[in-house]
Design a protein around this ligand. Structure first.
Ligand code: FE2
Length: 192
């Protein structure tokens, strides 16, 4: 199929773009881009980027698309492998789950709130979003995803988009007083 992963031609809205943000893309744009990216992965467009065997122990990621406004990643998640509580610095983000199931733990200002993101579910991450993501250990058996794979991957897969492209992340811990403590900031273009 023809990919529409390319950026939308216009993001203007009746109220105009959010000029205070460092990107012209909106969360809705990123949701649409990850949705199309997931469809393209399922259609085999990115088979050449997929591993011949899924790593069931270590998380894996590959960049699907990149330009000045945007980077798009395919990420595999393995059971019980947390990413740590983190933000995405000055980038907006979004994801679409395309196989399996993820658990997201998000800091809501007072506590960590858990939600389940199953295949087909989406989430967007505005600036300041602090979360941790892990494969759902109670997920149903997974279907094959890659045409190159002869057996179902024992991993959950999701497509993520970040705009502007990631350059940094900060990491956090929840204190004994149920507050959030930032522990470090890392320059990175790798997604979590
Ligand atoms: Fe994240």
């Amino acid at each position: 199929m023809t990919s529409t992963l390319a950026r939308p031609r216009s993001t203007s809205t009746p109220t105009g773009p959010a000029t205070h943000l460092p990107t012209r893309l909106r969360p809705a744009d990123l949701l649409r881009i990850t949705d199309q990216g997931a469809a393209d992965v399922l259609d085999g467009r990115y088979n050449h980027l997929l591993p011949t065997e899924w790593d069931t122990v270590n998380r894996w990621a590959t960049r699907l698309e990149a330009d000045d406004d945007l980077d798009v990643w395919l990420i595999s998640w393995t059971p019980n492998e947390h990413t740590e509580l983190h933000d995405h610095a000055g980038s907006l983000g979004a994801l679409t789950v395309l196989s399996g199931s993820l658990l997201e733990y998000r800091w809501n200002g007072a506590a960590l709130r858990r939600r389940t993101l199953d295949a087909g579910d989406q989430a967007s991450f505005p600036l300041g979003w602090v979360h941790d993501v892990v494969a759902n250990p109670h997920a149903a058996p997974l279907r094959p995803v890659a045409a190159t794979s002869s057996t179902p991957p024992a991993v959950s897969l999701s497509v993520h988009a970040y705009s502007p492209p990631l350059t940094a992340m900060s990491y956090y811990e929840v204190t004994e007083h149920q507050t959030l403590r930032r522990t470090r900031t890392t320059l990175t273009d790798q997604p979590e």
